[in-house]
Ligand binder design. Structure first.
Ligand code: AKG
Length: 248
């Protein structure tokens, strides 16, 4: 398969995101799922019905998880001609009936740190964030696939004005109603690469089957790794409302 990196870069510059079909094969995903299911020393989140909804700190918990990160790093280097480092990582699981996610930017929220200082979300760690979302299951309208909009311009303060300013990066209702979202159907192993400045959301899973994705986020390596600092700050954050899912 030849990959048209220039075309991806153009799409990213124009829209803030692009889709890469068949990034990994189905058997790779099956091994990955085994590793996720067996992973330990991670952080797990459950919803009110005790369904597993998210696992964090897992990108280095198995050879396929590690390989996935390495493959994404190579792709990002080829597209952006820059080196990246993993910033944060999660596995999202949406069980049948599981709630969706409010429309939001990634990382555009304020939090209060352990010294009671007000901090600017992810912008404490950099100003360029790109995420890779890989489908573990088919993602479609019925099961709450990602809906994404063209990236918005602006720095933290400008983007923050478009949010609800409630400790989450949720978009204001006014902006959400004016924004055109594009639902992205994915087959197993397909991937979306997108900027944190792309508004995105997803609906409830109305199907009978689970919908799972991997969601790794990257920062430029020139600023050094922010991974440990991010998770430490997240743990110590005094924000009351950290949840994006409609019923966490
Ligand atoms: O899993 C989804 O449907 C969307 C996830 C998302 O937007 C997020 O975790 O920031």
């Amino acid at each position: 398969m030849t990959i048209d990196y220039l075309n991806f870069k153009k799409k990213f510059d124009d829209e803030g995101y692009f889709v890469l079909k068949n990034f990994v094969k189905e058997d790779f995903i099956s091994y990955l799922v085994d590793e996720i299911n067996k992973s330990t020393n991670t952080v797990k989140y459950f919803d009110n019905s005790k369904n597993l909804r998210r696992i964090e700190k897992l990108y280095d918990k198995g050879q396929y998880l590690i390989s996935m990160n390495e493959k994404i790093l190579i792709l990002l280097k080829n597209v952006f001609a820059k080196d990246f480092l993993i910033f944060k990582d999660k596995f999202n699981s949406k069980p049948p009936g599981g709630e969706g996610f409010f429309a939001h930017y990634d990382g555009v929220f304020e939090f209060i740190n352990s010294n009671n200082e007000r901090k600017k979300g992810w912008y404490e760690y950099g100003d360029f964030f790109v995420s890779a979302l890989v489908a573990i299951d088919r993602c479609n309208k019925e099961n709450g696939a990602l809906e994404i909009a063209k990236s918005h311009k602006g720095n933290f303060d400008q983007l923050y004005e478009n949010t609800k300013k409630d400790g989450t990066p949720a978009l204001s209702n006014e902006l959400e109603s004016k924004t055109l979202f594009n639902l992205i159907d994915l087959e197993v192993g397909d991937m979306i690469i997108f900027s944190n400045r792309c508004p995105h959301r997803s609906k409830k899973n109305d199907s009978q089957k689970i919908r799972r994705i991997i969601y790794y986020t990257y920062t430029l390596s020139e600023n050094g790794s922010k991974y440990d600092q991010y998770f430490k700050d997240k743990e110590n954050s005094k924000n009351k409302s950290k949840a994006l899912s409609e019923k966490p």
